[in-house]
Design a binder for this molecule. Sequence first.
Ligand SMILES: C[S@@+](CC[C@H](N)C(=O)[O-])C[C@H]1O[C@@H](n2cnc3c(N)ncnc32)[C@H](O)[C@@H]1O
Length: 402
Amino acid sequence: MVTVHPPHDLPPPTPAALAHSRQLGELIAAEIAAVGGSIGFDRYMELALYAPGLGYYSAGAAKFGPEGDFITAPELTPLFGRTLAGPCAEWLAQLGPQAWILELGAGSGALAADLLETLAASNQLPATYAILERSAQLRARQQRLFAARIPELLPRIRWLNALPETPIEGVLLANEVLDALPVARVCKTAAGWNELRVAGDAQAGFRDHPSPASPASPALGAALAALETALGAPLPVGYTTEWQAWLPAWMASLYACFSRGGMLWIDYGLPRHLYYHPERTTGTLRCHYRHRAHNDPYRWPGLQDLTAWVDFTALAEAAQATGWSVQGYTTQMAFLLGAGIDHHLALLDPVADYNLLQRTKRLLMPSEMGEAFKVMALGKGAVEAPTACAILDQRARLWPMA
Ligand SMILES: C[S@@+](CC[C@H](N)C(=O)[O-])C[C@H]1O[C@@H](n2cnc3c(N)ncnc32)[C@H](O)[C@@H]1O
């Protein structure tokens, strides 16, 4: 259960952090001025998170863990990576000896280190562990972690600047990556859909663009009309939500990148009819600052994470349209249980590992990460789904009206 804090409840940043945020604010303001007074929310989010050297993910903030702003599953417990080694090994065993694991957005590198240690212990290592990471600062952090924890495996690890051009056989892993990608924000009016834009400057701060907001582009308008058709009823006037326009292009480029293999997407999200539920009138966009969630994306740009939930029906449809098959969709709790997390738990000492046991339970508990987080497995070519997909198959929930 996420508690949403009012803005006055947030701990104040240090003067140095505020100066950093102002610098990023000036960069955003310069772009707003250059294009005539407003930018799309997706562009604002792109700059706030990824502006080189200044964005939240590109700069030096701690981000994950107790010193940072939020915690992800691999940061919480090594049992996440140890358990995911099982489904990865099942896929790797079906692929050739040259098969890769390709991780998108590897964060601190914790998932890669836990997974590789486990695969090494069972002699099931991939030929290559490749990481595609946008943030140069995180890439350096990953390199330091691997040098300290798994120096003997460094020759297998490589960092990519783009997806491989020659198709690979392999497994793609992405934990909490989709929720960190820029989204457009849209609002339904009596005249149709508008795209929310951002105006303002570094001194006065940024804000939603004042009315009249801009009508959605023809492509965005058509996509939102198709969404309402799929939902079976129009959304109410005033409804504000997000739109992940890049999903089809992403799935298409990933399809081209693999000759055969599987992908695991893990994130908080919902099937379309629940994501775009008529009562979810303000969308799913959230900000995370020092372990407090709040709703003001314009507060201290560069110092806080901005994130939106994943529409897993849209992910499945974008993937299927390019040729991926949906091999599994279920809750994180069901997937980890199916992948044998109980075996890894049983290896812990109930006294010495008490804190680790408690942290690991958070991955599974429905009130914590067990149900809000979902796992989607996608396959290309002749590959069987990992057995964990079969434990609580919820694929039918993606299209309840079909
Ligand atoms: C919320 S963090 C999750 C990090 C890590 N997977 C974890 O679970 O701790 C999002 C990660 O995705 C990365 N990222 C965002 N956009 C990306 C892109 N287009 N390609 C690769 N990585 C990306 C970020 O730099 C960051 O490492």
